[in-house]
Design a protein around this ligand. Sequence first.
Ligand SMILES: Nc1ncnc2c1ncn2[C@@H]1O[C@H](COP(=O)(O)OP(=O)(O)OP(=O)(O)O)[C@@H](O)[C@H]1O
Ligand SMILES: Nc1nc2c(ncn2[C@@H]2O[C@H](COP(=O)(O)O)[C@@H](O)[C@H]2O)c(=O)[nH]1
Length: 206
Amino acid sequence: MEYPGNLFVVAAPSGAGKSSLVKALLELDAKLAVSISHTSRAPRGQEQHGREYWFIEPAEFRTMADRGDFFEWAEVHGNLYGTSRAGIEDRLQHGEDVVLEIDYQGALQIKQLFPYAVLIFILPPSWDELRLRLNRRGDTAPEVIAKRMNTARVEVAQARHFDFVVVNAVFDTAVFDLKTIVHAQRLKYAAQRRNRSAVFQALDLP
Ligand SMILES: Nc1ncnc2c1ncn2[C@@H]1O[C@H](COP(=O)(O)OP(=O)(O)OP(=O)(O)O)[C@@H](O)[C@H]1O
Ligand SMILES: Nc1nc2c(ncn2[C@@H]2O[C@H](COP(=O)(O)O)[C@@H](O)[C@H]2O)c(=O)[nH]1
């Protein structure tokens, strides 16, 4: 499948900082939109339906999955998560760039469907720092943190399948790395299509 818009996929172990990084990236880049996933998990902290996620019941999720409503979906930490076609197809068709914040299973499914998608894996600087960030965030129960730390080992082993790895030690440096990847991909994609105006657009030239 191919659309005129660029597709970026950001995955990371829980707590590595991917939501914070993607949020910062979106603030710097008005041409980028994030896809809101569907999930069967309950809202956490201040999360709102339609802002962080579309929160739905497991049965509804299964119906959507059976109907083929998702480009990808996976079970992560015991809950179901998916990227709906309706959420991003229109944007990509209109040449808009989209970022997906999903787990590695979903990322690999997306790469199968969209070989030109750019897969970025975010690593924490250490296991201790990962645990600290999950604890400090203060919205995840200790037993859930323990489960996520275990899953993190499996997830990090998948980083080798990604196009880029960004270490989120110093936050601003990691945001800059992401911005550079996005910028480089826009130029590459436009140049591959020999689309002069798209190259100029990517460079922000008139
Ligand atoms: N570079 C950094 N240095 C210190 N703290 C950070 C850094 N990046 C993010 N954090 C903090 O780490 C915590 C986890 O970040 P965030 O919620 O963005 O992680 P996540 O990968 O999206 O997790 P999840 O998958 O569980 O949603 C937050 O409190 C965030 O403010
Ligand atoms: N495969 C997918 N994974 C997703 C999607 N949306 C989020 N996620 C991943 O789930 C875990 C847990 O997230 P949390 O918000 O409950 O902490 C994390 O790795 C997310 O990236 C999705 O649509 N598909």
